[in-house]
Write a protein that binds this ligand. Structure first.
Ligand code: C5P
Ligand code: C5P
Ligand code: ZN
Length: 478
């Protein structure tokens, strides 16, 4: 493939090298991360391996560390493909490579550790931002396109149909949180649109447009808080009842997707007017509209039709030790796996709202440069980061300082999650450095992205962690 035809031209040489290595393998162990981006990464990579005729097996890890990499090495595969993680653990991986345990191929977007390897596809190595311009699933997509080019088989659309899953991964990693996807992600969106698997629309940017009844859609849209509607069921109902739009059919509330275009326009304009009249500032009102990414081949009114709802559905599986369910949905299982995923989604939603309520009721502790809370056993360690991010801007939680959250992993270990905002990153915040250095000072390890990162530390060392993290954040924002 000429670089000009490649979805992300800067990464083409690396993608081709990785693809050729995979095509030369007898069989491949595919290892990926347990979140929406990790699942879609695995789905994209496994589809591409399958289509290329390369035998493989898939495993998921909550996190990659010395123990999990050693477990992978014991599986006796001579080639291991890591997606959505691997770069941050290249020091550990390189030791296994040097010992002849396996050859690593890495398609990731996390901050690399101080070691490199021959087959390494990561946007950060080419000056592309891994937190906002390309996700793990995006990196896997670039690899899948190179596999289509380098192999003997000729998969449908050169694997461009996999762009839909790549976009679900990027949206799941919050890469569209500025309103739309940008950077290298745009090239992937363009290929998906051209292949007919994706549509982009400018629309109300609230979560649940496919599946939520209209009052719930508005009531729970908490990104931009609108007095008299947000968290106010009766307010939301009376707002809708006052409109010249029929929001019910057969006595049931319609969903956003059930409205005609002019009706959507009417509701959106009224919502903006209402927000203005209640004093919501202009920069927040701008955030009410954004780009939606529609999976054109999925049925309207389902979670799978909208990239943002799809990604939440996936988090509801993988973060609860059911990555197999999420992967099956990604790979096309619309029967048993989808039903199971929907059950898990109900549970996940409940956990998120209870978790945020817990943070609001318990409060956060403010240091000089950051705020933190320790959820102990109250919040599952696999979702404490999501809750930390969602709680920023909630009652009593500031948005102008990063948040650090602790949750118990087991008797010996504590999980740490850190979340920031775009503006804080603009001022110099890099949580991947904060998490790595503060956790190492507290006897653990961590990493991630500038805006979102995590770590594991020995239980009991939380205060040491906070002390170091507060100092490092202070230095970064100085
Ligand atoms: O491991 P991975 O890169 O897939 O995870 C990224 C994490 O960072 C996700 O949990 C995502 O929600 C979070 N994130 C965030 N805010 C951003 C970017 C990413 O909370 N602006
Ligand atoms: O677990 P959490 O959602 O807080 O993770 C935020 C980001 O930090 C993710 O991209 C995750 O892969 C990364 N992370 C990491 N090393 C850890 C924990 C998290 O690189 N030990
Ligand atoms: Zn990711």
């Amino acid at each position: 493939m000429a670089a000009a035809d490649a979805p992300v031209p800067e990464l083409q040489a690396r993608a081709t090298a990785c693809a050729e290595r995979l095509l030369a393998a007898d069989r491949v162990l595919l290892a990926s991360h347990i979140d929406a981006d990790g699942l879609t990464s695995a789905a994209v990579a496994s589809s591409a391996l399958e289509r290329a005729g390369i035998p493989f097996e898939t495993v998921f890890e909550k996190q990659l560390d010395a123990a999990s990499v050693a477990g992978i090495a014991e599986r006796d595969y001579d080639t291991v493909l890591f997606t959505d993680f691997g770069s941050g653990q290249l020091d550990v991986i390189a030791d296994h490579e040097a010992a002849g345990d396996f050859t690593p191929v890495v398609a990731d977007h996390h901050q690399p550790a101080d070691a490199d390897t021959e087959f390494h596809l990561n946007p950060l190595l080419e000056g592309i931002d891994g937190a906002s311009e390309l996700s793990g699933a995006g990196a896997a997509y670039v690899l899948s396109r190179a596999l289509a080019e380098a192999g003997d088989t000729e998969p449908r659309l050169g694997n461009r149909d996999l762009a839909a899953l790549a976009v679900v991964g990027a949206v799941g990693d919050m890469q569209a949180s500025g309103g739309e996807l940008h950077g290298s992600n745009s090239g992937i969106v363009a290929e998906g649109v051209e292949a007919g698997v994706l549509e982009e629309t400018k629309d109300l940017s609230v979560y649940g447009k496919q599946t939520r009844p209209l009052p719930k859609l508005l009531e729970f849209a908490s990104d931009v808080r609108i007095p008299g509607i947000t968290n106010d069921e009766r307010g939301a109902v009376s707002f809708l009842d006052d409109l010249e739009v029929d929001c019910r059919a057969d006595g049931q509330w319609k969903r956003w997707v059930d409205l005609a275009d002019d009706e959507k326009q009417t509701v959106a304009s009224a919502l903006v007017r209402h927000a203005v009249s209640r004093g919501v500032p202009a920069f927040k009102i701008d955030r009410l509209v954004g780009t939606s990414y529609i999976l054109a081949e999925e049925e309207q009114g389902t979670e799978l039709r909208d990239a943002s709802e799809f990604s939440t559905l996936l988090n509801a599986t993988a973060r609860y030790e059911r990555a197999d369910v999420g992967l099956a949905v990604c790979l096309g299982d619309r029967a048993g796996a989808l039903d199971r995923a929907r059950e898990l989604l109900r549970n996940h939603r409940r956990n998120l709202s209870e978790g945020i309520e817990w943070v609001e009721n318990t409060g956060v502790t403010k240091e000089e440069h950051l705020q933190w809370f320790d959820a102990g056993d109250e919040i599952r360690e696999t979702i404490v980061g999501i809750i930390a991010g969602m709680s920023m801007g909630a009652d009593g939680v500031a948005r102008d300082m990063p948040i650090v959250a602790f949750a118990r992993k087991n008797d010996e270990e504590t999980k740490v999650s850190g979340r920031g905002t775009g503006p804080l990153v603009g001022e110099g915040l890099d949580l991947s450095v904060v998490m790595r250095e503060a956790s190492q000072a507290a006897g653990g390890d961590g990493g991630g992205h500038d805006v979102a990162a995590g770590a594991t530390i020995p239980a009991g060392n939380e205060a040491t962690f906070v002390e170091h993290a507060d100092r490092i954040v202070g230095e970064q924002l100085d």
